[in-house]
Write a protein of this length. Structure first.
Length: 649
């Protein structure tokens, strides 16, 4: 099958083999973590962006690594100020974050900013109408930051669109948390959740029912219950001390942290810090002189949090969990965390059910996070497990994310597999992202998970009686696919084509699914896949080329060309990129592409982990809705076939 015929096919399922993609984003090592200013020279820029849809101007201030540091891509933070503040009030954070390799965008919310205080006084801030514009301001600014034409040389082509955080102070904290699940108890408030944000920082968050802007936001004790992303709350023991309810019960300042569900949640309470500890503007409210040390502590903990959850820096995460700031400050900063496992039971959404309900359980149970310690390598892995709430003897699927990713990647697809009758385990890798060693460490992570299945079953209530550890599949995305393919016998010629190849084959993995695998190059040759006997499905599409390697999308199909015969498939989707129709990072799925990915991958697991004959027939006949049959076809090559029905490129 020629490259042109692959593109014309639209969606093609053909015989394939395995590989894995090169790293796209650098993860940090698990070594000693250092705080302080970073190595990047900082550039700033002020602009006013016009939202034509709302007829509203939104001023912004950008902090970013200077252009001399290249195109990145750099993770981004969008910041919402407190009532009566502006984009100018947080230069200490913008400078620090940009010096550490982040692009920080601070916006001004017209109508609840410093200009209102100057013109009309503090009481003007108690009017809630202007606050309702804030989530739309954040969404508009984020759209602009992530667009292909942001109108700024500091942004254009430099933002990592899949690693974005939202942050805020005071009313801006409420705005930021509203973007990730904060419930506002006001008529017609609706929801502002934006799945592009991977984590949230809340500085001096408003307490429930505290008066002024707080009451305008309609906060109560249950407002924070639906915030599931990693979150950092930083407050002071003298924060909001002018509110009578807070003076009577100082614990109200930590209401946001207390109200969030467990899992990747952190609290820092700075002793004797007042409300102005979190800005660098002159306060318009009664306040003592700011302690200059407070800014440094806020800089350190927020940067560590961003490093942990946007860069997957295991050292930064450990720094948070070990409460190093509290130790370093002699207790002037009190730390608390909620890293414990979250167990939830929920009926699967309609798109999580398998076609026709075959093999699907009535509900999916999630346990997250599970922390496993590997004493041999002196490292820990954090994982999530999802499995059907009822039934028994479900096969296991391991999933390995791309460089810069996390266990949250492909969560909706993993939930679909779990609802279809599988135990799905997704772990956060803590490797360096260097292709020279990364795939080996990742392969060892997957081996460690296999070794730990009994421990995982003990840590996840109800799992032991439902898991069948004798049937295991593995799946990966980009560099994760590289590691998975190694487990089923891919040969890597790191010392040259004439030397003995390296492999990490593990006989416990009986089927493999590769999303955007790597083709020939960097130790992979035409011989790399010739001895793989396990069933494999490789997925790629017409927009999954490698910019780093300078390779076209068809390069991803190299494993198909050189695969061993027998139960090998390729899913090719015209127009698909490495976000997998929005499935990769929790975006809104693009149909029908997302349905094709869900259906074909589930049929593959059903055929080769459960041995369901009808699923194998589906792969051969591609039994989708009739209107898609022209765009979808399946070619199957049995082990006895002399030649496939469609030749390679």
């Amino acid at each position: 099958m020629s490259a042109g015929s692959v593109l014309r096919a639209g969606v093609v399922v053909v015989l394939a083999a395995c590989a894995a993609g090169p790293p796209l984003r650098g993860e940090q090592s698990a070594g000693a973590y250092r705080t302080g200013r970073g190595e990047f020279t900082v550039a700033t820029e002020d602009a006013v962006w016009h939202d034509a849809q709302r007829g509203r101007d939104v001023p912004v201030r950008l902090y970013a690594p200077d252009r001399r540091h290249g195109a990145g891509p750099f993770p981004a933070v969008v910041f919402s100020h407190g009532g009566g503040e502006s984009r100018e009030a947080f230069s200490y954070l913008g400078e620090r974050w940009a010096s550490r390799g982040y692009i920080a965008v601070f916006l001004t919310h017209p109508g609840s900013d410093r200009a209102v205080v100057r013109a009309r006084g503090m009481l003007a801030l108690a009017q809630g109408g202007a606050y309702r514009q804030r989530p739309a301001d954040v969404r508009f600014v984020t759209d602009r930051v992530l667009s292909a034409t942001p109108g700024s040389s500091l942004l254009a082509g430099r933002v990592d669109t899949e690693r974005v955080a939202v942050a805020g102070q005071c009313a801006g904290s409420s705005t930021a948390m509203a973007m990730v699940g904060l419930r506002v108890n006001l008529p017609g408030a609706g929801t502002s959740t934006d799945r592009r944000f991977r984590c949230v920082i809340a500085l001096s968050p408003q307490p429930p029912g505290g008066g002024g802007p707080a009451s305008s936001f309609g906060l109560d004790e249950g407002s924070w219950a639906n915030i599931r992303v990693p979150a950092l709350v930083v407050t002071g023991t003298r924060d909001f001390s002018w509110i009578p309810a807070v003076r009577a019960n100082p614990r109200l300042t930590r209401s946001a942290f207390d109200g969030m569900p467990p899992g990747d949640k952190y609290l820092v309470e700075i002793q004797n810090a007042e409300h102005n500890a979190f800005t660098d503007s002159e306060p318009y409210y009664p306040a003592r002189r700011r302690n200059p040390r407070h800014h440094g502590w806020v800089q350190d903990v927020t940067t560590a949090f961003l490093d942990a959850y946007l860069r997957n820096d295991a050292g930064a995460r450990r720094w948070l969990l070990e409460e190093r700031l509290e130790a370093d400050t002699g207790g002037e900063c009190l730390q608390e965390s909620k890293p414990g496992a979250r167990v939830s039971t929920a009926a699967p959404a309609p798109d999580e059910r398998s076609p026709g309900g075959r093999g699907a359980a009535d509900a999916v149970q999630r346990v997250d996070p599970i922390t496993l310690r590997d004493p041999v390598r002196a490292k820990s892995l954090t994982a999530r497990v999802m499995f059907p709430r009822t039934g028994a003897r479900f096969p296991v699927i391991l999933f390995s994310h791309c460089v810069g990713g996390s266990r949250d990647d492909f969560a909706a697809l993993a939930a679909h597999w779990a609802a279809s009758g599988y135990v799905v385990i997704q772990a956060d890798h803590t490797d360096t992202g260097d292709l020279g060693s990364d795939w080996r460490e990742r392969a060892q992570d997957l081996r460690f998970l296999l070794d730990s299945l009994d421990r995982i079953a003990q840590m996840a209530p109800g799992l032991a009686e439902r898991m069948d550890a004798s049937r295991v599949g593995a799946s990966g995305h980009l560099i994760g696919a590289y590691a998975v393919c190694a487990l089923v016998g891919m040969k890597v010629f790191t010392r040259g084509a004439e030397a003995a190849p390296e492999t990490r084959r593990d006989g416990r993995v009986s089927a493999a699914l590769l999303l955007s695998p790597q083709g020939v190059g960097q130790g992979l040759t035409e011989r790399s896949w010739e001895e793989i006997e396990a069933p494999m499905l490789v997925a790629a599409g017409s927009r999954t080329g490698s910019r780093r390697m300078g390779q076209p999308p068809e390069w991803r199909t190299d494993p198909y060309r050189y695969a061993a015969r027998g139960d090998k498939y390729l899913l090719w989707i015209d127009g698909l990129d490495n976000s997998y129709a929005g499935l990769a990072r929790g975006g809104n799925p693009q149909e029908p592409q997302a349905t094709w990915v869900r259906d074909v991958t589930t049929a593959f697991w059903d055929a080769h982990l459960k041995g369901i004959p009808e699923a194998r027939r589906r792969l051969q006949a591609w039994c989708l809705a009739p209107q898609h049959r022209r765009a979808v076809r399946v070619e199957f090559k049995s082990p006895r076939a002399a030649e496939p029905r469609a030749s390679g490129r």
